[in-house]
Write a protein that binds this ligand. Structure first.
Ligand code: SAH
Length: 264
């Protein structure tokens, strides 16, 4: 039970909730996420879910790591979906906790489909996606009325294959918010510049936004590959590319720190 538990639907036995855990800071959780943590029997969480968020789980809840991180051994997505189905069929309240928003580059769609096909009743609770949170807390609006009328969220994970037309994205002139892009930054930057983005295009890189490891870098687009090569830009990072990234300079002097200390 939480003080706000009346605001959420009951977490019924034998059901699954796919819940966004936000970027890290527990202060950015939704009320539904907090109530789900207080009620769940089993929490299946991803590597990027902050330990401060996990610590809100009910005493006695089983915490299971779904284990998917670049460089580490990956759990097969099908195995994770099957585990959710199995636990729900056994009558548990199953909380699938995913970093950011479960439906933004989080494979939440695949898990929702698997649950639906297995006939498991489930609910989806959105979360604050890291791509928008990382910008906002550092004073970068995703849209500014005089600057852009669209914003692109893109994954850099598949940069090497031909499925991503970076040059076309660049030509829209809309800011591009990159997820999972650190490993492929040289290829991505090259393709964006071939698409017409100037080397001096402002960018903002936020590593581990809203966690105690957070760091921020402002740099022109053309400098990103060498910063990544030198290990200055590290994963997980959100990278905003475009004029909006320069907005930070206008307000940064008066921007209070994000409150990470208070939340620890
Ligand atoms: N569903 C998540 C994204 C999962 S993909 C969301 O909505 O945020 C994983 C990628 O998200 C990482 O490679 C990184 O690009 C980004 N990411 C997740 N958490 C982050 C954080 N706290 N700080 C910076 N980037 C983060």
């Amino acid at each position: 039970m939480t003080a706000l538990s009346h605001l959420s639907p009951p977490f019924a036995s034998g059901t699954a909730w796919l819940v966004g855990a936000g970027p890290g800071d527990p202060g950015l959780l939704t009320v539904h996420a907090i109530n789900a943590l207080a009620a769940a029997d089993v929490v299946i969480y991803d590597a990027l879910v902050d330990r401060r968020v996990l610590s809100l789980a009910r005493d006695g809840a089983v915490l299971e790591h779904a284990g998917k991180r670049g460089g580490q051994r990956s759990a097969v997505q099908r195995d994770i979906s099957e585990r959710l189905i199995q636990l729900a069929r056994e009558g548990f309240r199953v909380l699938r906790l995913k970093g950011g928003d479960p439906f933004v580059f989080g494979r939440g769609g695949e898990e929702a489909l698997a649950l639906a096909q297995a006939g498991i009743p489930f609910r989806i609770i959105p979360g604050v996606s890291s791509g928008l949170a990382a910008l906002a807390i550092h004073g970068v609006p995703a849209t500014i009325r005089s600057t852009n009328h669209a914003v692109i969220l893109a994954t850099g994970h598949c940069a090497a294959d031909a499925s991503m037309d970076w040059a076309s994205l660049a030509r829209t002139g809309a800011p591009i918010v990159l997820y999972m892009a650190v490993a492929n930054l040289p290829a991505i930057v090259d393709a964006l510049m071939q698409g017409g983005l100037a080397g001096f295009t402002p960018t903002l890189v936020v590593h581990a936004a809203t966690t105690c490891e957070e760091s921020v870098i402002e740099a022109p687009l053309e400098c990103l590959p060498s910063l990544a090569d030198g290990g200055v830009i590290r994963s997980p990072a959100v990278i905003a590319v475009g004029a909006v990234a320069a907005f930070r300079a206008a307000i940064a002097n008066h921007l209070l720190a994000s409150g990470i200390e208070a939340a620890q």
